[in-house]
Design a protein around this ligand. Structure first.
Ligand code: AGP
Length: 619
């Protein structure tokens, strides 16, 4: 499964290799674990070249080999999430005869069954990827009379999951065929040349006339233009548009900042992390399981370790995992856990959360846990990174590449993943049966829509952030699952706007922090739901009254219908009603936007804040 990759296809008068390499460079922000190209050469052969690592590794390989000359081709950069970042797993993948090639972005959920069918039929698959099954299915489906598009139409109807596929065939120079379901693909319409790309950045240097492909569509591109059909083979509607972004903006999907883009990608990040996890008998599948159910049944203690935002994800995980499994969960900052000689043994499960999978503090915590014979499960966003590699089991978030240093979509994907983990453990331990797990999973599947709804309401939050941006300090309050959200809101403001911000449990105010309150201090409060946390709700209202009485400006994040907050709040930020254990998925969003707009109002770079790095690989 390779969720966020760069994909380029070309047919026209230019050398396909040049166009594809240029397109892959323009998608550089997506990161590389490998890169590859396929060209239908003038001599009627299909030639491929691929290399693990940065694009420059592929360029070096190409410089040292015979030129790939031809005007039909495609390219791919892989941001691996399924199958390690190796030469053998790099795209493109070919059929047994080496006459057709495939590049892929997404996940083919039924690839295991398809692989078994193909191997039983005599196909030899060389890689560990889900993608390669497509090349061999095409080999069986291909008929030179009906052509490559017809073959791909047959194949896509056998695939489950989200995917963008491009295919070329040595016997059909001048043609690149694409197919997509729930994964991006756009056509670039040039003069006497046509492009395909996972986004417009792939070809914006050549044309700004593009066509958005719809769900379940197959496209044939030739020099003279394109033809789009549905998975049923019938002509399909398309959506031409003109790209008015410049290249820099195109790499950000038309947004000014990666942070904006990634905040808006959060519904998809949750959706993709959930996709295909529930089995027919109500179990949750992890990605790599080197722990048996018997191993898990021996677990009598859980530690969750992480840093920064992932530590906050851990704090949220505690509520869900303890509630569903009745196993005690401790949450610690990895840098503290590592050196305090925690009590660990083979019945302890250490859950290490890290989007980069390379954070030194967390990696050292994992290594320490292993020396104490504890079982380790990694939750990471980066396939093949060090922390998953050194863990006994892995649950990958599928948030796609997160470029902005301040984590947003990875955090929401981590909250989703720790919920999945809690359900997986509860099912194995027997504290939840299959139906209960399925019901919770269904509730989780509704969350992307609620996050999307929340995102539509962020206009006033941006206005409020600009109004508050001169404030030298901001406090955040929350109770229960609102407390980690308050911590995250404070962290976002610190790291983006360089403002002193602090999160507290609302109940702690009277034990000291209330001394910080004076006229005009903004206090952001994450309200518990009155529906399910009535007692806490009332207590937090009292806490708000306490700070208002001392001159605080109260900004209250409250669910739809909670009108009890109105007399207490200078500003109310509404979020959709959600179950308590999932409420962080919607209440975190306004705090992300508040911090981003606060920083922008201060003229700061929200994608690259000062003093910070995306992955802290030193202790
Ligand atoms: C989050 O906004 C920060 N950039 C930072 O706290 C980050 O969450 C932390 O460094 C952990 O990174 P990791 O998930 O890659 O391990």
């Amino acid at each position: 499964m390779d969720r966020v990759c760069g994909i380029v296809g070309y047919v026209g008068p230019q050398q396909a290799l040049d166009v594809c390499l240029e397109g892959l460079r323009r998608l550089e922000y997506r990161g590389y674990d490998s890169a590859g190209v396929a060209v239908v050469c003038a001599d009627g052969t299909l030639r491929t070249a691929r290399r693990a690592g940065e694009l420059r590794n592929l360029e070096k390989l190409l410089a040292d080999s015979e030129p790939l000359e031809g005007t039909t081709g495609m390219g791919h950069t892989r941001w691996a999430t399924h199958g390690g970042p190796t030469d053998g797993n790099a795209h493109p993948h070919t059929d047994c005869q080496g006459v057709l090639a495939v590049v892929h972005n997404g996940i083919i959920e039924n690839h295991v069954a398809l692989r078994a069918e193909l191997e039983a039929a005599g196909h030899e698959l060389a890689s560990a990827t889900d993608t390669e099954v497509v090349a061999h299915l095409l080999e069986d489906a291909y008929d030179p009379v009906t052509g490559l598009a017809a073959a791909l139409t047959v194949v896509v109807n056998r695939l489950e999951g989200a995917f963008t596929l491009l295919v070329t065939h040595a016997g059909e120079p001048g043609l690149v065929v694409g197919g997509r379901r729930s994964s991006p693909l756009v056509i670039g319409v040039g003069r006497g040349e046509t492009f395909l790309g996972s986004d417009v950045a792939a070809f914006i240097g050549h044309t700004r006339d593009a066509v958005e492909l719809g769900q379940d569509q197959v496209v044939e591109v030739r020099r003279t233009g394109y033809r789009v059909t549905g998975f049923d083979g019938l002509p399909a509607e398309t959506l031409p548009f003109h790209v008015d972004w410049d290249l820099a903006a195109a790499e950000k999907g038309g947004h000014d900042y990666f942070m904006q883009k990634e905040i808006l990608e959060q519904p998809t990040a949750i959706e993709d992390t959930l996709r295909g996890r529930l089995t027919a008998d109500g179990r949750i599948t992890l990605d790599e399981e080197r722990l048996s159910d018997d191993d898990l049944r021996e677990i009598d203690k859980v530690f969750v370790v992480g840093c920064g935002s992932t530590y906050h994800a851990g704090l949220l995980a505690k509520y869900a995992i303890e509630h569903w499994t009745r196993i005690p969960v401790e949450v610690e900052m990895a840098s503290e856990f590592r050196y305090r000689d925690p009590v660990l043994d083979r019945n302890t499960l250490v859950v290490a959360i890290s989007q980069s999978g390379e954070t030194a503090d967390t990696l050292e915590a994992v290594r320490h846990a292993k020396t104490q014979k504890a079982r380790v499960l990694a939750i990471s966003n980066t396939n093949g990174s060090q922390i998953p590699r050194e863990s006994d089991a892995v649950l990958y978030t599928r948030a796609g590449l997160e470029v902005c240093v301040a984590s947003t979509k990875c955090l929401l994907a981590q909250i989703t993943a720790t919920s999945l983990l809690g359900l997986a453990l509860a099912r194995v331990l027997g504290t939840k049966d299959g139906e209960e797990v399925a019901r919770e999973y269904d509730t989780l599947e509704a969350m992307p829509g609620l996050v999307a709804e929340t995102l539509t309401r962020m206009g006033p939050v941006a206005d409020l952030a600009r109004e508050l941006s001169p404030s030298p300090t901001v406090l955040f309050l929350g109770r229960h699952v609102g407390y980690p959200v308050a911590l995250e809101g404070a962290l976002k403001l610190k790291e983006l706007a360089y403002v002193h911000a602090e999160g507290f449990p609302a109940g702690e105010l009277k034990h000291g922090p209330i001394a910080l309150i004076e006229q005009g201090v903004p206090v952001v409060v994450v309200m518990p739901s009155p529906r399910s946390r009535g007692v806490l709700h009332q207590k937090v209202l009292s806490n708000i009254a306490e700070v208002r009485a001392r001159g605080a400006r109260t900004i209250v994040v409250a669910e739809d219908g909670d009108d009890a907050v109105l007399p207490y709040a200078e500003h109310v930020i509404r979020v959709p009603q959600t179950p308590t254990l999932y409420s962080a998925l919607v209440t975190t969003v306004p705090l992300q936007v508040l911090a981003m707009e606060f920083a922008l109002a201060r003229g700061l770079d929200v994608d690259k804040p000062r003093n910070l790095a995306k992955s802290v690989t030193v202790e």
